[in-house]
Write a protein that binds this ligand. Structure first.
Ligand SMILES: NC(=O)c1ccc[n+]([C@@H]2O[C@H](COP(=O)([O-])OP(=O)(O)OC[C@H]3O[C@@H](n4cnc5c(N)ncnc54)[C@H](O)[C@@H]3O)[C@@H](O)[C@H]2O)c1
Ligand SMILES: N[C@H](CO)Cc1c[nH]c[nH+]1
Ligand SMILES: [Zn+2]
Length: 430
């Protein structure tokens, strides 16, 4: 794995390249995705079928074959073995408990003059979850997307997921059954995002699309934003690690690979203050790579988008990491909590050597759908509020309008909006 030092003369250039790669080049992808969206808008189900044939390699035939039946979901749930069912339920319960703490409340405030102000929180009617499935199926992502929607009170949850070669992941179906998903469609990529944004004969238009996916999915979500709401840009996975001389190189190496194995476009970057930790970690990465089931994907990701940076101080390391703003950040230092106040930008922060990133992918409780490509600078993890919106509540008594009305009308006059001013003044007592 490539090691670079902040003292190298070409460091700034190298660092810019690292950042650019982590942001994933969407230039080449945007035009492809725009064409896919156009086709879905124009041709609906027929375009979906063409894309499935091209990318997922199966022939759909009639429209109803796009849909997985509730009966299949039920059977899948009933047939999973007991240990797996136990793990699924444990994850479900922990994720639910965490997200219940996020529920925003409606509220009303009563002022003395008779003004009542407040906020009403309402769930969206229909949510569309994208669950990736190109290179691997992600039942865990189903839990992470469906549970906050359930907690928010969304009545209709639909799922789109690709089924390469028409092979459906049974645990994903079992998870859909557990989460009472209304409909599951065997559609993936940008086509699925376009179908949920605009609707087709079979797939309903939704109010919000959430969920992670590859570069095509992430770009499509960006392009349909406004037609529907989206949660964030959750593209190819990323890990950043801050490590000092106390960190264990074999932990660091396997944690870097944990995200590299997701996608050739995943990015794994460690910044350490210790030369020796850097060298040993790089060697451990090579060793672990040989035994991975997805060696080819992980190797490409590490070679093209991985890096170990040796910094002169932890202060410098944190500054660089805040620039990268990784999806996941592991802090593998002697006193990780001491660094927490200085960490500004990361989707999820994992503190201490017993907190590997994958514990957050499956069972800890917080959401694993997280902002990527430096968007952790302004996006938050997927949460209950992504499935809700707020309405303001305003009610004035006679007293209240008498007290505040003239000030309001004066402001309206200065904007030249006489109907606004009059609408208030006609209610004022002379
Ligand atoms: N950020 C997160 O929270 C998070 C969570 C889980 C997974 N992930 C990421 O999700 C991604 C999953 O990717 P995946 O590929 O396995 O599955 P995916 O479901 O995201 O994508 C598969 C679909 O991509 C489309 N596609 C593939 N090649 C294409 C091409 N050349 N042109 C147009 N469309 C094409 C096809 O429609 C295919 O069905 C990975 O990058 C993984 O790192 C991210
Ligand atoms: N690490 C991924 C988010 O980037 C989520 C995931 C699901 N399964 C395994 N990992
Ligand atoms: Zn993962």
């Amino acid at each position: 794995m490539k090691i670079i030092n902040t003292k190298d003369t070409n460091f700034n250039e190298e660092f810019e390249n690292i950042q650019a790669r982590a942001k994933s080049d969407i230039k080449g992808v945007s035009s492809i995705v725009m064409n896919i969206i156009d086709e879905i808008v124009t041709d609906g189900n027929e375009a979906l079928k063409r894309h499935i044939s091209k990318f997922d390699k199966w022939e759909v035939g009639s429209d109803e074959n796009l849909l997985i039946s509730l009966d299949d979901m039920k059977k899948a749930y009933e047939n999973i073995d007991d240990n797996l069912k136990k793990s699924l339920h444990m994850a479900y319960d922990r994720i639910k408990a965490y997200h219940e703490k996020q529920l925003p409340k409606s509220w009303l405030d009563f002022e003395e003059n008779g003004t009542i102000l407040g906020q009403k929180v309402t769930a969206v009617d229909r949510a569309g979850l994208y669950i990736p499935g190109g290179k691997a199926a992600y039942p865990s992502s189903l839990l992470m997307n469906a549970i906050p929607a359930i907690v928010a009170g969304v009545k209709e949850i639909v799922v789109c997921t690709p089924t390469p070669n028409n092979e459906v992941n049974e645990l994903l179906l079992a998870a859909c059954y557990l989460c009472k998903v209304s409909k599951v469609y065997k559609v993936g990529g940008a086509s699925a995002i376009a179908a949920m944004a605009y609707g087709t004969k079979t797939i309903p238009k939704v109010d919000v699309i959430t969920g992670p996916g590859n570069i095509f999915v992430a770009t499509a979500k960006k392009l349909v934003f406004g037609e529907v709401n989206i949660d964030m840009i959750a593209g190819p996975s990323e890990i950043g690690i801050l490590a000092d001389e106390t960190a264990k190189p074999h932990y660091l190496a396997i944690d870097l690979l944990s995200q590299a194995e997701h996608d050739e476009m995943a990015s794994s970057i460690m910044i350490t203050t210790c030369d020796e930790v850097a060298t040993l970690t790089s060697k451990e990465v090579e060793e672990y790579l040989k035994n991975l089931s997805r060696e080819e994907i992980a190797r490409k990701s590490i070679e093209e988008r991985g890096a170990i940076i040796v910094a002169s101080s932890m202060e410098e390391a944190i500054k660089l990491m805040n620039e990268i703003a990784p999806e996941h950040l592991e802090v593998m230092t002697k006193n990780p909590f001491e660094l927490l106040p200085y960490i500004k930008h990361a989707g999820a922060i994992f503190l201490g050597e017993n907190t590997p990133e994958p514990i957050g992918d499956y069972i800890a409780g917080p959401n694993h759908t997280l902002p990527t490509g430096s968007t952790a600078k302004f996006y938050s993890p997927l949460n209950v509020e992504n499935f809700m919106k707020k309405s303001s509540i305003i009610s004035f008594s006679k007293n209240a309008i008498n007290e505040l009305g003239e000030a309001c009308a004066i402001l309206a006059d200065t904007e030249g909006l006489t109907a606004h001013a009059k609408s208030v003044r006609v209610r004022l007592e002379k």
